[in-house]
Design a protein around this ligand. Structure first.
Ligand code: PLP
Length: 379
């Protein structure tokens, strides 16, 4: 066989695959059971009415064939309904929504749809590591600019350079902040100034705390002219394994994603679309319960830390590690896994991401170990 094509060679290290491997290796070593607060995988599934909609649909023999490639109008209407009801944003289900098998796929496809060979994709650093994969496959360059904790991890988009695309993500993984005031409007201005497109990753849009309201980028005047939002079933409804997400907004970019769909997939399993409709238009109690549970766990972690961590949204706490502690020492000496901040870009060095998507008991046990680790270096 010939050598791997250059596009595969360009792919960066897969941070989460490495992290899972590192944690599994540490767990296999002798010692007390390891507590894993490194992963961001929803710990509970969707509410019963969603599972029931999947089951009821799957009983129909007619739904097991190929599904329409670009998705059912009904499914897109249900997402448009959610955008109207929850985010106060109007989108045209026919032209402004595309189905994708989870936003992880959209992250790569949007880079392919927006960047030509040699173009640049721009990211604030720290960033969700999977954002680096799309430009590698597209033959584009990755450029980053530093975010600083003193500035609340807020990007200075007035100073940001030109690029074919800018990816933003609020609430932010890993920084756990919601969109700072004015950042979405600045992003629209950045696009007008540079001719680039804005992609907003809204994977955690509904997981916000302390009275904050879920905010869509598309609610910003001009956003739909220059960008799209990725919306995911995974975190809002605990459907990460089901693999369904959407690209929403600018009709030309949505059409490009549909074009990729035409050439690379054959629709989304119809019972999954029926379940998505049930989730998107059904009662929201499970979403509120999920957010309450994460807030409770966030407070339990915050209570043992020497300084308050960041957690305005997402199911992560972003915290500064005291001198003498690293994610590696937490793993090997205290047997608690967290996601090392430097894996999210150089600006994340010295920080760590702690997951709240585990049981209350795991949080309590993890908090105890973190407390012991921090106390040991403070002494
Ligand atoms: C910021 C961010 N974007 C996208 C994703 C991928 O989500 P999905 O399940 O929709 O592929 C994740 C998953 O952890 C994430 O943290």
């Amino acid at each position: 066989m010939r050598p791997r094509p250059a596009r595969l060679e360009r792919l960066p290290e897969q941070y989460f695959v490495n992290l899972l491997g590192r944690v599994a290796a540490a767990a296999a070593e002798a010692g007390p059971p390891l507590i894993d607060l490194g992963r961001g995988n929803p710990e509970t599934g969707p509410p019963e009415h969603v599972v029931e909609a999947l089951r009821a649909s799957a009983l129909d023999p007619a739904v097991h064939g190929y599904a329409p490639i670009r998705g059912l109008a009904r499914t897109k209407q249900a997402l448009a309904h959610r955008y109207r009801e929850v985010y106060d944003v109007t989108v045209d289900p026919e032209t402004e929504i595309a189905l994708i098998p989870g936003t992880k796929t959209g992250i790569v496809e949007l880079a392919l749809a927006l960047c030509d060979d040699g173009d640049t994709l721009l990211l604030p650093d720290p960033y969700y590591p999977d954002y680096a994969s799309g430009p590698a496959l597209a033959g584009a360059n990755l450029a980053t600019f530093e975010l600083r904790s003193e500035l609340g991890w807020s990007p200075d988009l007035e100073a940001a350079p030109a690029a074919a695309a800018l990816y933003l993500n609020y609430p932010s993984n890993p920084c756990a902040v919601c969109a700072p005031e004015g950042v979405f409007a600045d992003a629209v201005e950045w696009a007008a100034r540079t001719g680039g497109a804005v992609v907003h990753d809204a994977a955690y849009v509904d997981i916000v705390y302390d009275g904050r309201r879920p905010e869509s980028f598309l609610g910003t005047p001009g956003a739909k002219d220059i960008g799209v939002e990725m919306w995911s079933m995974s975190k809002t409804y605990g459907m990460a394994g089901w693999r369904l997400g959407f690209v929403v907004g600018n009709a030309e970019i949505v059409e490009r994603i549909n074009l990729l769909n035409d050439h690379s997939r054959v629709g989304v399993f119809l019972p999954l679309q029926a379940a998505a409709v049930a989730a998107l238009e059904g009662p929201e109690d499970s979403v509120h319960e999920r957010v309450e549970a994460y807030a409770r766990r966030r407070n339990a972690i915050a209570a043992i830390l020497p300084e308050p961590p960041v957690c305005e949204g997402t199911f992560f706490v972003w915290l500064r590690l005291p001198d003498g502690i690293t994610a590696e020492t937490l793993l090997t000496e205290h047997r608690v896994a967290v996601a090392p901040g430097e894996g999210f870009g150089p600006s994340g060095a010295g920080w760590a991401r702690v997951s709240l998507a585990v049981s209350d008991e795991t949080i309590a046990a993890g908090a105890e170990r973190l407390h012991a680790a921090f106390a040991a270096v403070a002494a």
